[in-house]
Design a protein around this ligand. Sequence first.
Ligand SMILES: Cc1cc2nc3c(=O)[nH]c(=O)nc-3n(C[C@H](O)[C@H](O)[C@H](O)COP(=O)(O)O)c2cc1C
Length: 171
Amino acid sequence: MNDKLDFIFSRRSVRLFTDDPVPENLIEDILMAGMSAPSARAKDPWRFVVLREPEDLEAMLKIVPNGAMLKSATAAFLVCGDIDAAHDNYESYMLQDVSACTENMLLAANALGLGSCWIGIHPRTERIKPLQQYFKLPGNIIPVAGIALGYPAQKPEKRTRYNKKYILNFE
Ligand SMILES: Cc1cc2nc3c(=O)[nH]c(=O)nc-3n(C[C@H](O)[C@H](O)[C@H](O)COP(=O)(O)O)c2cc1C
């Protein structure tokens, strides 16, 4: 593992957080990192809901059964895509752009000393629709991923899941 890539290898899913609040300027730094991701034709179809209030975090936790890490998170993002803004209105381009954006945000959080965890939302309509309702999002704004955020109360080891078998033309 090349030390120069530590910022990638040390990004691990963090599912337990301290009570310390995330400063507002770091929230904006993470959003800036997200919005510097590659995007098909630079259409930037990503849209965000920033969750800071405990009642919003609780509401999201109720909607996403897989989001237990929201119990201790002090902030979260709902990362959405605007299907009307995506390149040629393709859902796939929107999802690729929003996923690249989400990964940038996770890497940024790690680089800033924060912990984060991706919360799966898309393509599960039973999560997408109630989130659209709760956050009053119009139909063209599709929730794709959640990000639980906070100061880490656990520190998973850095690692790669490198596997030569996945390189199909590896000699
Ligand atoms: C599309 C996607 C959905 C995910 N959904 C969840 C989730 O709902 N809950 C969770 O705890 N982790 C979720 N994760 C995180 C993965 O479990 C985690 O990235 C994987 O186990 C590898 O561990 P690492 O992130 O520590 O490297 C998701 C990751 C992706 C890319």
